[in-house]
Design a protein around this ligand. Structure first.
Ligand SMILES: C[S@@+](CC[C@H](N)C(=O)[O-])C[C@H]1O[C@@H](n2cnc3c(N)ncnc32)[C@H](O)[C@@H]1O
Ligand code: SF4
Length: 416
């Protein structure tokens, strides 16, 4: 692991540069690239409201207000209908945020609407521990939610307080996880690490609790700089990237020892592999909602980040797409390679299907280099990320997500 730390810094640096290029989207007036291809894609739905927004959060979210949220949900249905009317079909729907369960009646009518138009798609949904109640669990199951992801962050009260996370305590989070367990095909919990105020023993205790709770799946997020909305950032929220490797080593030791297997470089599952990440499972995905970022038609696009503009554009009958950047074939292949590595590789004969046989896109030589450096192992048409290579891939992914965070910040600053 130690020998690879220089490599993870180098690989992270390269992804940071590439990520900057990727996310330099241009204003776009025309949404012609959003034309369905053959087959089904994934749909990401963004619900950008939280009752108690957390200080550390790097996602696009607003303080919840009922009237604003009701108008938002109405327009979200319109946006989804515009895609369905164009002929898009979705096999997997992922609702993230913000907090998708912030208004259960609106969520229920959105999911019923999707069911009536799409039939049985796989539905994954993010929630906050405070929204987990017996009533909500029953409703979510009835609405077809198969995979539930709960943002726990930590079971340590002192740390939760330092994060400005006041919506639940550590003990309440444990109770809510126990309540939800066994009700969904997959129950995932999110845990944050590399917070400056997080002694390694506190993190080890968090992992011990994950193991004690025997959750199906856990996703460990390395802290990324929160979205700067003009408030000074408390020192307890400035990540120190030099410590990341130490925490990651602990994750690997404890997760393997607890019988978990990686399904992505951040996510570990017990028993059957259950990959929840739509960006890993699907090459293309459509993203709807204010500030949602999608990958489709050979490029990256973003909806407007302004709640007002989002509603106005839809109420005038158009899609709320604000930015787009077409990727060259080799850029698109490198993006796919990154998501493939994040998903721990490709089994079977997936390599030619995902990248084609042509060496001209440079992927074969990149894979050869990664193999030489010990990040991946190749066996015929299979590609596997090695245990040592996982830290490198984790760092690459953090840099890519950080580039998306910078894009969010830019859009918010310039009112896009
Ligand atoms: C979009 S949030 C939705 C979860 C839900 N709203 C909750 O907080 O319970 C998904 C996950 O992103 C992670 N996250 C949020 N801000 C982050 C940051 N600055 N760096 C790394 N991960 C972050 C958290 O672990 C969170 O659970
Ligand atoms: S972590 Fe979850 S609850 Fe907190 S602000 Fe972000 S999306 Fe909202």
């Amino acid at each position: 692991m130690k020998g690879l730390s220089w490599l993870s810094r180098l690989a992270g640096g390269l992804v940071r540069l590439e990520g900057r290029k990727f996310t330099s989207l241009k204003r776009c007036q025309d949404d012609h690239f959003l034309t369905p291809s053959k087959g089904e894609s994934a749909l990401y739905i963004h619900i950008p409201f939280c009752r108690q927004p957390c200080l550390y959060c790097s996602f696009h979210r607003y303080q919840f207000h009922e009237d604003i949220a009701r108008r938002y949900f109405r327009n979200l249905r319109t946006e989804i209908d515009l895609y369905l009317d164009r002929g898009f079909r979705f096999a997997h729907i992922y609702l993230g945020g913000g907090t998708p369960t912030v208004m259960m009646d609106e969520l229920a009518s959105l999911l019923s609407h999707l069911k009536s138009r799409l039939g049985g798609a796989v539905i994954s949904l993010e929630t906050n521990p405070s929204d987990i109640t017996s009533k909500n669990i029953a409703l979510l199951k009835e609405l077809g939610v198969g995979r539930l992801s709960v943002g726990v962050q930590s079971f340590n009260d002192r740390l939760l307080k330092a994060m400005g996370r006041t919506s639940h305590t550590g003990v309440e989070a444990q109770e809510k996880v126990r309540l939800a367990q066994g009700n969904f095909e997959t129950l995932n919990i999110d845990i944050l690490y590399n917070l400056p105020d997080q002694p390694p023993e506190v993190f080890r205790n968090d992992i011990a609790m994950v193991r004690e709770l025997e959750v199906d799946q856990v996703t460990f997020y390395p802290l990324m700089p929160p979205l700067n909305r003009g408030d000074p950032l408390p020192p307890s929220l400035k990540p120190d990237n030099r410590c990341e490797g130490l925490f990651y080593k602990m994750i690997l030791e404890e997760m393997y020892d607890g019988g978990y297997q990686p399904s992505t470089a951040w996510c570990f599952s017990r028993g059957r592999m259950m990959i929840d990440e739509y960006i890993v499972d699907y090459g293309d995905y459509i993203a709807v909602g204010c500030g949602a970022v999608g990958f489709f038609g050979g490029g990256l696009y973003a909806n407007t980040f302004s709640l007002d503009r989002y509603s106005h554009m839809l109420e005038k009958g158009g899609l709320p797409v604000a930015l787009f950047r077409g990727l060259s074939r080799s850029e698109a292949s490198r993006y796919r390679l990154l998501t493939t590595l994040f998903g721990m590789g490709i089994r079977g004969d997936g390599f030619p299907r995902r990248f084609g046989d042509s060496p001209s896109n440079g992927i074969q030589s990149l894979v050869g280099l990664l193999q030489f450096l010990g990040v991946v192992e190749c066996d015929g048409e299979e590609l596997r990320v090695t245990a040592g290579g996982m830290m490198v891939v984790s760092r690459m992914m953090r840099e890519f997500f950080s580039a998306l965070n910078r894009l969010r910040e830019y859009c918010l600053r310039y009112g896009i």
